[in-house]
Design a binder for this molecule. Structure first.
Ligand code: SF4
Ligand code: SF4
Length: 386
């Protein structure tokens, strides 16, 4: 039963009602996506009930290392972010643009893009919520007047139809640094519902009319002052236990002046140019198109698939690749995230989720790379040509 608190303040959703939340969303026609344990990793995927959500499991993340182990059996959100992010659903790794066949001298359209699902993301993290807002800018959704690429219809439609239930982070991983980026551990807006997990349930706050109406259909009650205080303590504790830190003051200007810094040569010796960091990054948005022709028929399907600035062919022109070296490609990626993204989109391209550190097979850590450059460029430290 909803209380007066539902109108604007915080409510308490008992743990047992998480299943009802999922049930109500499914009844409303949403495909519900949440964190699931899939073998050795946590992945966002479709959930049919609360039992599908990962529970009693916690993650250990470090540079080039990810492990799942037993956690508190009474808690469901002890893991930080898993390998994939909401990006995989709003901007799929491979998406059909159209399929057509040749008839006489004409191309005839057989099928356009697959229909965009109505998604309810349950249990996404504040950094991933912030990443969606970053992608919104790249794909031309929302805020008018923002520098952006051409509007992206498929992404825009998926975002407009989506409902977002964020769960604040109370146990950041070793590679997290959202507190440095101002994107976590607590969400600051852009959600429909925001939950903070306690043992008996969740302190919950609505951030939209859709969220308020959803709460009105759930058995929420007024939270006790002890529950509210405990939720604050947990978030403060998370803030103080970030695995990583990135000093962002003046970082854009620093990287603007570090185009020829010797650190790029050093990191190039370790970087494998595999592109993992771009695939797992929740804000990377580059793609290419691929035409698939079927042998023995006159049918062709055009796909859009993710592409990485770490690949040799990514910047290929008739004169050859613009970024032909590992040094140039890593530099481009890191400077884009932390420096030139501001020029392009008016915000940081990094939200501090830490995935690029965890999933880099060489354990390359952009917070450490940025710190090395900062240290070397401190007055009197190292001579740098720029
Ligand atoms: S650059 Fe790395 S830490 Fe930043 S948002 Fe992308 S994956 Fe996360
Ligand atoms: S930084 Fe790491 S994940 Fe990224 S391309 Fe290089 S080796 Fe691969």
């Amino acid at each position: 039963m909803a209380t007066d608190e539902v109108g604007g303040g915080r409510s308490f959703l008992p743990r047992g009602a998480l299943g009802e939340l999922i049930g109500v969303l499914r009844a409303d026609g949403y495909t519900v996506i949440g964190p699931r344990r899939e073998g050795a990793v946590l992945l966002l995927g479709e959930v049919g009930s609360a039992e599908d959500l990962a529970r009693g499991v916690r993650d250990e993340q470090e540079g080039g290392r990810y492990r799942l182990g037993p956690g508190d059996p009474d808690l469901g959100f002890e893991c930080a972010v898993g390998m994939n992010s909401p990006k995989s659903f709003f901007f799929p790794a491979m998406q059909r643009m159209y399929r057509c066949h040749v008839e006489g001298e004409r191309f005839m359209l057989d099928a356009g893009p697959a229909q965009v699902s109505k998604l309810a993301m349950v249990g996404i993290r504040p950094c991933d919520l912030a990443a969606l807002r970053v992608q919104d800018r790249a794909f031309g959704v929302g805020e008018s007047g923002t520098p952006r690429c051409a509007a992206e219809d498929l992404y825009g439609e998926a975002r407009r139809r989506a409902l977002l239930v964020v769960v604040n982070c109370t146990r950041p991983a070793g590679t997290c640094f959202c507190a440095s980026m101002g994107t976590g551990p607590a969400a600051s807006g852009g959600y429909d519902l925001c939950l903070t997990e306690l043992r008996a349930g969740f302190v919950v706050e609505a951030g939209s009319e859709a969220g308020r109406s959803l709460l009105g259909r759930l058995p929420v009650r007024e939270p006790s002052s002890a529950e509210l205080e405990l939720a604050e303590i947990k978030l403060e504790n998370a803030r103080e236990h970030m695995g990583r830190r990135l000093e962002v003051a003046g970082l854009k200007e620093l990287l603007d002046g570090a185009v020829e810094h010797p650190q790029w040569d050093e990191v190039a010796k370790r970087c494998l140019s595999c592109g993992n960091c771009t695939m797992v990054c929740p804000t990377c948005f580059c793609s290419t198109v691929m035409d698939q022709t079927e042998l023995g028929s006159a049918t062709v399907t055009r796909w859009r698939q993710w592409e990485s600035c770490h690949s040799h062919q990514f910047s290929y022109t008739t004169a050859g690749p613009v970024r032909s070296t590992v040094r140039g490609r890593y530099r481009h990626w890191m400077r884009h995230k932390l420096c030139t993204w501001f020029d392009q989109f008016g915000c940081s391209g990094c939200v501090g989720c830490g995935r690029c550190i965890t999933w880099c097979p060489a354990g390359i850590d952009l917070t450490a790379e940025a710190a090395r450059i900062r240290q070397a460029m401190a007055p009197g430290a190292v001579e740098v040509t720029s």
